[in-house]
Design a binder for this molecule. Sequence first.
Ligand SMILES: N[C@@H](CCC(=O)N[C@@H](CS)C(=O)NCC(=O)O)C(=O)O
Length: 215
Amino acid sequence: MSLKLYYHPLSSYCWKALIALYENGTPFEPRIVDLGDEASRAAFLALWPMGKMPVLRDEAGGATIPESSIIIEYLEARYPGPSNLVPADPDLARRTRLADRFYDLYVHDPMQRIVGDRLRPVGSKDPFGVEQARARLRSAYDMIETDMADKTWAVGETFSMADCAAAPALHYANIVEPFAPTHAHVAGYLERLTARPSFARALKEAEPYKAMFPA
Ligand SMILES: N[C@@H](CCC(=O)N[C@@H](CS)C(=O)NCC(=O)O)C(=O)O
């Protein structure tokens, strides 16, 4: 098989790439990376020294592609399927990329900061950074609440790369900084994302690993 996805089933950014692959039924070989295992970690760092998952390897194209958004753009260009995740229309494509950046930078990354702090040893915690991350999430929720008042998906009525980004980000964000009762549209959007078969499949595949999530 030409495409190999280096990932972990519990990893939120890996879900983003998985959603795109599942949306289009793109065949790929899943390769689980265990960063706690010396050999697995070394092999992964040889592939992508930054050590961040997911990474897509395309043997036919001779390409190694890190970064979830770049993976989705690559799949769209080289392995297109029925779901057009990056619209051809330039204005819609720009809005899709902006929403993708928004969910990565202002929801996913602060959520990761909060989760990451739980993994820090006592004495090396960053309560100020965590409070900043919580405030950033609450501001993002307020924006999404307005943005999603009259739409099914992040850029309208068609599921896109922005929804691939939003699903894992909102799923874990709601666990670490629950939506307020005033965030009904945000909650409704997450419900639609969770019911989407591509994301439901990624969530189901993550279930056996759930105990690894730092409570
Ligand atoms: N900007 C990257 C972020 C990827 C990322 O943060 N991946 C996490 C898992 S969700 C990771 O590999 N963490 C391992 C580590 O930091 O050691 C992307 O979009 O792919």
